[in-house]
Design a protein around this ligand. Structure first.
Ligand code: TEU
Length: 573
């Protein structure tokens, strides 16, 4: 019997502070706003709250550019407000985890200000500085051809000290030098101990496999023709000292507390490698977010060159990351949304008016039936969908989308087709979709803010149709369905949270049928991912299938036919 550790059985709810609830009508969400919604979160059936960065920051990347780990971004509140939030969670039996962003800081962090002062500064080595290279014609070139996540070179020239610094993300997010032990200790003290001592229950660890980059920093192979900067994640992810650093972090900090950690693990397709991070013996991380599911459909040269995907690919990904822990002591996660992704209903099912509620419930069934710690993102519980396709690029705010859009426009000389393709990709995958204000009710700006001229980010056109208030009292709403599914998941923990996954008919492009087994118990889940009727091929399992839950209220149509976007969970008795 797997041990019933709180972070395995718990459901996590992610909050994006800018967009959750504005309590002081300045157009931006804040911590008192979150505190005012804690009962709502508890009532949904949540156990753990994950708060995206609320630290002081110049906000070039929505707070993932931190200028002071020990302070709160003033428009969000104060350290005292955060203490109130910890207390509000704990007094209701909820835990609170923070976002730990320690691959880089803001260029306005005191450490970087000192580092860039001079080559002789004691903190020079806290960041990654390199001299320029020179082309044959004498042109100054960056140390290598790495592309940053937000387009352009990953190197920024510093006039003052005549060297480049590395930034895998925005120019304003210089990468810390983890090779330096003093730097590592400062990170542990400032970013971790400071908050652990205040009672936070752990961390979601940003870009956790990028700390160790080696010291050679070689050029990446050319994949994107006709441009200097190349995607290089295979070169900076999972570097030589990665596991050593995480063991150190665990020994020196985490092991002293009863915490949970979940690390972001992009660029790591090999399950055996992932197991090194999450195996319980090695004491590195409790679990990770593997990126296959959220990368689905993204282009090979850039995510915003959308290519689409087939259902069989999605099924294979789910199966792979469900099964990689079979027979091991590792653990996994279940998620299909976060603040970096388009809304799951729009991406993986249908946000058409006639199907969007059913689609949301279909995905809720899938999520709640899978093994691992379940993460849901604010608004997912009411079936929030992507921004309308009528919104122009000017309504988007995210640095990743805007930089890529403008770089393609520039690079292709405003080629209509190329730009339209990027726009279409952003309409599906853009990070902004998840960052629209939370839709609380049908009052102006969805009840998110009382500010006269609206929130920092445009409110979804459909907030009157999709909001918390209207769903709370509607028995068949998406919100109430999520509540029911979360209860079902808990009531049958063995099967749903800990059971062994088995996929059936995996090449079928219309339906996803899978089994979950624990001891003698067995469940069968049948999901129709199309807008037409599909045959339900009963898998070869022993016993009679008894319907436990469905997203259409009983069986719609017949036993062996699934109606559009119908989802069912059976117990095999
Ligand atoms: O994202 C890290 C990451 O690996 C990127 O792939 C990210 O998913 C991005 O969307 C690229 O498409 C984390 C945070 O989740 C993200 O919000 C931050 O911008 C980033 O780190 C930098 O801190």
């Amino acid at each position: 019997v797997p041990d019933r550790i709180w972070w395995k059985d718990g459901t996590v709810y992610q909050i994006y502070p800018a967009s959750y609830k504005d309590s002081n009508n300045d157009g931006l969400g804040d911590i008192p706003g979150i505190v005012s919604k804690i009962d709502y979160i508890k009532d949904l059936g949540i156990d753990i709250v994950w708060l995206s960065p609320m630290y002081d920051s110049p906000q070039h990347d929505m707070g993932y550019d931190i200028s002071n780990y020990e302070a709160v971004y003033p428009p969000y509140g104060t350290v005292a407000d955060l203490e109130t939030l910890i207390e509000a969670c704990h007094s209701r039996g909820l835990r609170l985890i923070l976002d730990l962003v320690i691959n880089h800081t803001s260029d306005e962090h005191q450490w970087f200000k000192e580092s860039r002062r001079s080559k002789a500064d004691p903190k020079r080595d806290w960041y990654i500085w390199r001299p320029a290279k020179y082309a044959a014609d004498g042109t100054r070139m960056p140390p290598n051809n790495w592309r940053s996540f937000f387009s352009g070179s990953a190197w920024q020239w510093d006039e003052h000290t005549q060297e480049y610094y590395l930034h895998l993300f925005a120019t304003q997010q210089p990468d810390l030098n983890w090779e330096n032990a003093t730097t590592r200790r400062a990170i542990y003290d400032s970013a971790m101990e400071f908050w652990l001592q205040k009672g936070v229950d752990g961390f979601r660890v940003d870009t956790v496999n990028m700390y160790s980059k080696g010291t050679e920093l070689p050029d990446a192979p050319v994949i994107d023709q006709g441009i200097f900067e190349q995607p290089a994640s295979s070169l900076f992810c999972n570097g030589p000292r990665m596991h050593e650093f995480l063991r150190e972090m665990n020994t020196q900090v985490l092991s002293k507390y009863d915490t949970m950690t979940v690390g972001e693990l992009p660029g790591t397709p090999d399950p055996k490698h992932v197991l090194r991070y999450v195996g319980s013996g090695d004491k590195q991380l409790n679990m990770i977010f593997q990126f296959d599911i959220v990368d689905l459909g993204g282009g090979k040269t850039h995510k915003y060159e959308y290519e689409g995907y087939q259902l069989s690919e999605m099924k294979a990904i789910v199966a792979k990351w469900q099964q990689f822990i079979d027979g091991s002591d590792g653990w996994t996660t279940v998620f299909c949304e976060n603040h970096d992704q388009g809304r799951s209903v729009s991406r993986f099912a249908s946000d058409a008016p006639e199907w969007r509620e059913r689609s949301s419930k279909l995905l809720a069934i899938m999520m709640c039936a899978l093994t691992g710690t379940l993460f849901i993102y604010q608004g997912q519980e009411i079936g929030m969908i992507n921004a309308p396709t009528t919104w122009p690029i000017e309504d988007y705010k995210d640095i990743e989308s805007l930089n890529y859009y403008h770089s393609v426009a520039k690079r292709t000389n405003n080629d209509t087709e190329a730009v339209a393709h990027v726009m279409k990709s952003i309409q599906i995958l853009g990070r902004d979709h998840a960052r629209l204000p939370m839709q609380w009710d049908s009052t102006p700006y969805a009840g998110f803010t009382g500010k006269k001229d609206g929130a920092w980010m445009r409110t979804h056109d459909l907030y009157k149709e999709i909001n918390v208030a209207s769903q709370l009292n509607a028995p068949d709403s998406v919100l109430n369905f999520w509540k029911k599914m979360l209860q079902t998941r808990k009531a049958q923990k063995d099967l749903f949270i800990h059971g062994r996954f088995e996929g059936f008919d995996m090449d079928n492009q219309e339906t996803f049928v899978f089994g979950k087994t624990f001891g003698k118990d067995r469940a069968v889940v049948a999901l129709n991912f199309t807008d037409s009727e599909q045959p339900f091929k009963r898998p070869q399992v022993q016993g009679k299938l008894q319907l436990l839950v469905s997203n259409v209220g009983g069986v719609d149509g017949t036993e062996d036919m699934l109606s559009p976007y119908e989802g069912r969970v059976y117990l095999a008795l």
